[in-house]
Design a protein around this ligand. Structure first.
Ligand code: SF4
Length: 232
């Protein structure tokens, strides 16, 4: 049986964990699923390689911007080998508006080279293999595993980090630790959806500066929101 760690609240008491904690988290996720029935990956892609490239491009950049540049990029260089062998200046030109374009171009081409030469042109399906690629950390690997291959995985971005801390599900700013805590306390059936639900909630309601707690569907289960409501 999985050992469920106790996540501590600010006073040191147990906030989550165990069956009751799992039920509470399931209740919150159920409400978020109702509130955001359209919570899907916003990046446009046709295959795992395109998703991998789009996810690399999305670092420090909006999904909408990535979606503007990828059609031309994939049209010009379809497939791992074509992208790997492309003129670096041309790749940079096509992705320039996504920011950090030199570094991203290098990562994309190195990834594509590895996919073409070491994996027969197919994106590998394990986190270990994916995170060996240039520019691919756990977050990117988890996005690809979850979205492209249906492997349940939790990708912790800035929204997931913020919302899970406010909800009292995690108490650290370290994304790797938050991922492990979420995996421990979230009922398994939600593993594949928790990332997108928290991202959508973070974007639409639980904003970094001014969370709209008064309109939040999970206020009753949120220690941060209840504290804010009590202090106003
Ligand atoms: S109650 Fe406020 S802080 Fe809590 S999840 Fe909702 S919006 Fe975020």
């Amino acid at each position: 049986m999985r050992k469920v760690p106790q996540v501590r609240n600010r006073k040191g008491g147990s906030a989550m964990g165990g069956e009751a904690g799992g039920r509470a988290i399931g209740r919150v996720l159920g409400r978020l699923a109702k509130a955001y029935p359209d919570a899907e990956c916003a990046l446009h892609y046709r295959d795992p390689l395109q998703l991998l490239v789009a996810t690399i491009l999305s670092a420090q950049c909006t999904d909408a911007r990535v979606n503007m540049v990828t059609p031309a990029l994939f049209r010009a260089f379809p497939g791992a080998r074509a992208l790997a062998e492309a003129d670096p200046g041309e790749v940079e030109r096509l992705i320039r508006s996504c920011g950090y374009f030199r570094q991203k171009a290098r990562s994309i081409q190195a990834c594509c080279r590895a996919v073409a030469e070491e994996h027969g042109g197919e994106v590998p399906r394990t986190r270990e293999e994916l995170t060996r690629f240039a520019g691919v950390g756990r977050k990117t690997a988890n996005v690809v595993l979850n979205e492209a291959f249906g492997v349940p995985a939790i990708a912790v971005d800035t929204h997931v980090l913020r919302v899970s801390n406010r909800l009292g599900w995690a108490q650290t700013q370290d994304p790797s630790k938050v991922e492990l805590e979420l995996l421990e306390i979230t009922p398994k059936r939600w593993w594949g959806r928790v990332t997108l639900l928290l991202i959508h909630h973070g974007r639409r309601c639980c904003a970094a500066r001014k969370p709209r707690c008064g309109a939040c569907p999970v206020l009753a289960d949120c220690p941060y929101g209840r504290r804010e409501a009590g202090s106003s």
